[in-house]
Structure formats: structure tokens, C-alpha cells
Design a protein around this ligand. Structure first.
Ligand code: GUN
Length: 304
């Protein structure tokens, strides 16, 4: 039976480190790190995520602000809200919860966020900085969380063959770029597979570390995993479960029971990658706060 890599436990450790960093920032700057989360509409899953992000930020000693707008909010009004948060010195991190309603152009909204406050790492400026290997970039939270899970569990990807299944801008592409960086958590040999890949199993069986991020329940079965591989499951899929009070349960992209028989280590769903995403959001917010404050202080010194 594989070792379970608990994102829940790692998150508890990391969130207390982050809370200390936030307290240090507070005493140096006179203000707490500030995180604004913008939600448009009333998608139940998004409401849950946004509430969890706000609670985690409060617990770490941040100032958290939630801006909730009705589903019919015009794009220009949302852009106005983002502009206000960009200009607000008490806010260091801005996150616009995705997906946005169909009448809003998400790309335009992401482009409007100040890249220095883009704690999701979704702005094209930050995506580009990640692609050129910038070590100090605000990296997308789920990919950054995956790297931390590997490093803190003793599975440094350096020199290993990592197969990423999924090519999204939120997980697949950025995690591949992080794994290719020359610094900590990088130096891997990376293969990206996706929904159009032929004979997926032939590729995934080559992986020392397998990252599944496609959003298809139980796609990765035991026969697709090399014995001794480390398996990271990013999927969150609802499957019908009449035995559950909700009528459904959450499962990953990996058929957990059978893959756990083959793998050296595996992340569970829930309690794996999910909590790490929020943890890295807090990490990015403290990092953004420190940099914005240092830049402000440098401008102040120059003005003197
Ligand atoms: N929707 C699902 N995951 C995320 C995320 O990490 N950030 C944002 N902004 N929206 C999401």
C-alpha cells in the first residue's frame, strides 16, 4: 500500500509558517497582508471555494475582503472593481474567482489585474515570466502546491521523468514550466499528455512522478502506473453516490484503490492537492505584500 501524501497535514505546517511571516510583515509595515476575493454570481462550488479562501486568510492574520457581485454585473463594472483594488494600498493580492458568467470576457478581466497583485498567477505577464524561468514570479497556486508537496515529502523532481496529464493554463502547462525551471523543485524531464494523446498508458507507465489534471473520474488505472511511481491527483470530480447524504461524492482523476497498490506514494481526494492550493494563495499574498511594501519604501526613500 502506497504512502499517503496528505495535503491537509502539509498545509497545517505551511499555514503556521505563513501566519508567522504575516505577523512579521505586520510588525514591520504596520499593516496585515490584504487579500481581496471577487465573486461574480452565485455558483455553489465557487461560493464554497471563496468562503474557504477568506476563512484561511483570516486565520493566517490577513485582512480579507470579499466582493460579491450579482451574476448580471456588466464587464465594465467588474473592471472598475478591479481598478479600485489595484489602487488600494491595503490590498496586496487580488483574486477573481473563475469561471465568470458567459457575458464577461475572462481574459480581459485577468489582464486588468495589477501583475504585482496577481496572487493567482493568471496574468499573461506572470505566465510569461514563469515560461522564461523567473524564480520570483507569482506562480499559479495549484502547480506551486504540487511542487511543495513533492519537495516536502522527499520526492525532489530533479532528474526524474514527470508525466503531466492535462494541458490547462491553470494546472497542466504551469506545473510543467515549474518542473522545467533550473531552481528548487525543477530540473525534471517533463512530458505533457492530454485528452488527444494516443495510447496514454504507454506514456504514463514511463513516469517516475505522474500528475493527473484532466478532470475525468478514475481515468488513471493501476495498469497505467509504473510500480514505485509517485502519483499526484489534481482531479475533483463529482460522481453519483446514493449512499451519501448529498447524493454524490468527490473523486479524483486516479482510481485510488488500485493505483495505491502499485504506487510508492499517492495524494488522496479530498485532502490532497486541494488544501495546498489555498495554502499557496496565502504564500503568494505574503510574498506580494512584502514586494509591494519594499517597492513603496524604495520610492519613498527616493522621494526624500
Ligand atoms: N476556479 C477554480 N480554481 C480557481 C483558482 O485557483 N483561482 C481562481 N481565481 N478561480 C478558480
Amino acid at each position: 500500500m502506497a504512502k499517503i501524501i496528505s495535503g491537509q497535514e502539509l498545509s497545517e505546517t505551511m499555514r503556521s509558517e505563513i501566519a508567522s511571516d504575516a505577523a512579521e510583515f505586520h510588525s514591520e509595515s504596520g499593516m496585515a497582508p490584504g487579500l481581496a476575493v471577487v465573486l461574480v454570481g452565485a455558483d455553489p462550488a465557487s461560493e464554497v471555494y471563496v468562503r474557504m479562501k477568506g476563512k484561511a486568510a483570516d486565520k493566517a492574520g490577513f485582512v480579507s475582503r470579499q466582493v460579491t457581485l450579482p451574476p448580471e454585473t456588466p464587464e465594465d463594472e467588474l473592471l472598475g472593481v478591479v481598478a479600485g483594488l489595484n489602487a488600494d494600498p491595503s490590498i496586496h493580492g487580488i483574486l477573481v474567482q473563475l469561471p465568470l458568467p458567459k457575458h464577461i470576457d475572462s481574459a480581459r478581466v485577468l489582464l486588468a489585474i495589477d501583475p504585482d497583485k496577481d496572487v493567482d498567477g493568471f496574468h499573461p505577464m506572470n505566465a510569461g515570466r514563469l515560461a522564461v524561468g523567473d524564480e520570483s514570479v507569482l506562480a499559479p497556486c495549484t502547480p506551486a502546491g504540487i511542487i511543495e508537496m513533492l519537495m516536502r515529502s522527499g520526492y525532489d523532481p530533479s532528474g526524474r521523468h514527470v508525466v503531466v496529464v492535462g494541458r490547462s493554463n491553470i494546472v497542466g502547462k504551469p506545473v510543467a514550466l515549474l518542473l522545467l525551471r533550473k531552481g528548487r523543485g525543477g530540473n525534471a524531464t517533463v512530458t505533457i499528455a492530454h485528452s488527444r494523446t494516443k495510447d496514454l498508458g504507454a506514456i504514463t507507465r514511463q513516469a517516475d512522478i505522474l500528475i493527473a489534471a484532466v478532470g475525468r473520474a478514475n481515468l488513471i488505472t493501476g495498469d497505467m502506473v509504473k510500480p514505485g511511481a509517485v502519483v499526484i491527483d489534481v482531479g475533483v470530480n463529482r460522481v453519483d453516490d446514493p449512499a451519501s447524504s448529498k447524493g454524490y461524492r468527490l473523486v479524483g482523476d486516479v482510481a485510488f484503490d488500485e493505483v495505491a497498490e502499485v504506487a510508492e506514494a499517492i495524494t488522496p481526494v479530498p485532502g490532497g492537492v486541494g488544501p495546498m492550493t489555498i495554502t499557496m494563495l496565502l504564500r503568494n499574498t505574503v510574498d506580494a505584500a512584502r514586494r509591494l511594501h519594499a517597492a513603496d519604501a524604495a520610492r519613498g526613500a527616493f522621494a526624500d
